[in-house]
Design a protein around this ligand. Structure first.
Ligand SMILES: [Zn+2]
Length: 494
């Protein structure tokens, strides 16, 4: 059986070359893909959601092309320090202290939030989701290998990667386009108490001070791994020393991904990744999102409408459609007007799909479905160009409306092909879902809730607060929140 990937030539933008390259996996028919996952110390950021959604679309398209994809996306539950200079506090340990929780309670809480949010956005789970704390032994083994190769040194119970030594025989900075000489020229001098030989060196293992809770025994004493190391350990373990695609947000290119390359090249003879793919950032009202300036919004606030930035709530499907309307390598700006426009577009697309079902067929066709179908593939083959794909989908909707108005015709065979292709791209590749009623409720559930809200409001008017409170509290217990305002009562389903 021929697979789609044998007919469709996919090109991807490789950050390593800065060019669009024909995608050829190491083993025909199989793709190994690693994407840096979240550090689970706070609710997942909308910008991070965009990155994971981009790679979900890539995962979906590769699978649709017939590849067997092993998609590994990790959970960082230790080792990610507050700054890149290896001397900040562990992000998870800090949060645990602030909230008086065990670090693993923090990890559990935000891993659950991460999964729930991604599920709302209809992301497929990765094939493997390994954690940093579950791979301490593998990380220690890699450090031992790097030391044996002479590219790392131990100092007072910590181990550092020797960037200058590595760069003498390798190219440190090849991914981010940085030159080590420039980095050296622009960095401060080391202070006497610092253990590193050079400021560019990065930690592979850090000695745990007595008050540090997250610690593991190692040949260098109790400590914890450096953040960059976990991705090398887990990608090597599950995808091999060399694999096809490594993805992540643009902000991870340096130092994180550069360090991953250095670590892997220091212990193996090959470069670890053939195609580096980076998703661009999401801005809010034209500015970088930031918690400190308040220019920030969480997914839950978009779904509930409880924020000052948006005029109304938007469903996860609308937000996903909005994200897919931009190419994953472009900066995308979220605003109320942009989401409103996407909502209109999303409904137009869904209505087009709905009216296709009842479309009358005839003996002739005005719509060249085969050419249109290939245009959809050509868009996706061009580095997953979802905005161009969506433009083609709207061209199909225009044709459907013409046929519906009796201004054009379609044969039964073409109608079937159009239906199959549209649902493939809309639901399987873009990962959109058909609209449900208010706030994700089905029409039936929405009707039942409207009835209960009505009964509760009548009870309140009659001052029967026992009944009205009972309805509210039991709905809360089921995860349904009622909200009263001047305009009436609305609900959100968790
Ligand atoms: Zn990573």
């Amino acid at each position: 059986m021929t697979q789609l990937f044998q007919q469709q030539q996919l090109k991807v933008t490789n950050s390593l070359s800065g060019k669009k390259e024909v995608f050829v996996p190491l083993k025909e028919g199989y793709v190994g893909m690693y994407v840096c996952g979240p550090t689970v110390y706070s609710n997942v950021h909308l910008g991070n959601c965009r990155t994971f959604m981009s790679f979900d679309m890539i995962f979906r398209y590769l699978k649709h092309l017939g590849y067997k994809v092993r998609y590994v996306r990790n959970i960082t539950d230790a080792g990610h320090l507050e700054n890149d200079a290896d001397d900040g506090e562990d992000k998870i340990a800090k949060k645990a202290k602030l909230e008086q929780l065990e670090p693993m309670e923090v990890v559990q809480r935000y891993t659950v939030d991460f999964h729930e949010t991604l599920q709302k956005f209809n992301l497929l789970p990765p094939s493997i989701e390994p954690t940093a704390t579950g791979h301490i032994i593998e990380q220690i083994e890699i450090i031992q290998k790097i030391i044996a190769q002479g590219y790392a040194y131990e100092k007072n119970g910590s181990v550092y990667f020797d960037v200058i030594k590595f760069n003498a025989s390798h190219d440190y900075g090849k991914l981010s386009g940085r030159k080590l000489e420039d980095m050296i020229a622009s960095t401060r001098e080391l202070t006497a108490q610092e253990e590193k030989k050079n400021p560019q060196d990065f930690a592979l293992w850090k000695k745990a001070e007595p008050q540090h809770i997250m610690r593991w025994p190692s040949p260098w004493g109790d400590g914890f791994p450096g953040w960059h190391l976990e991705c090398t350990a887990m990608s090597t373990k599950y995808l091999g020393e060399q694999f096809d695609i490594h993805g992540g947000g643009m902000d991870l290119k340096f130092p994180h991904h550069e360090c991953e390359i250095a670590q892997a090249e220091a212990c193996n003879t090959t470069s670890p990744v053939n195609y580096w793919l980076h998703a661009n950032m999401l801005t809010l009202n034209g500015k970088k999102m930031s918690k400190s300036t308040g220019n920030n919004i969480y997914p839950a606030e978009i779904f509930s409408g409880e924020n000052t930035i948006l005029s109304k709530p938007f469903s996860p499907s609308v937000v996903r459609f909005f994200m897919m309307q931009a190419h994953y390598t472009s900066i995308l700006d979220l605003s109320d007007s942009a989401l409103q426009a996407s909502e209109k577009g999303y409904h137009k697309l869904m209505e087009g799909l709905k009216s296709l079902d009842s479309l009358d067929t005839s003996n002739t066709s005005d719509f060249d479905v085969a050419t249109w179908k290939q245009q959809c593939y050509t868009a996706m083959n061009d580095d997953f160009n979802t905005p161009v794909l969506i433009a083609h989908l709207f061209e199909a909707v225009r044709q459907i409306n013409l046929i519906n108005d009796g201004k054009a015709t379609i044969t039964q065979e073409h109608k079937q092909e159009l239906q199959d292709t549209l649902s493939t791209f809309v639901f399987l590749v873009l990962g959109l879902t058909a609209p449900s009623g208010e706030n994700g409720a089905s029409e039936t559930l929405e009707g039942v809730l409207r009835l209960l809200i009505d009964l509760r409001n009548k009870a309140r008017v009659n001052k029967d607060f026992v009944t009205s409170d009972k309805i509210r509290d039991e709905l809360i217990a089921m995860g349904i929140q009622l909200k009263d305002s001047k305009e009436g009562t609305t609900f959100t389903i968790n």
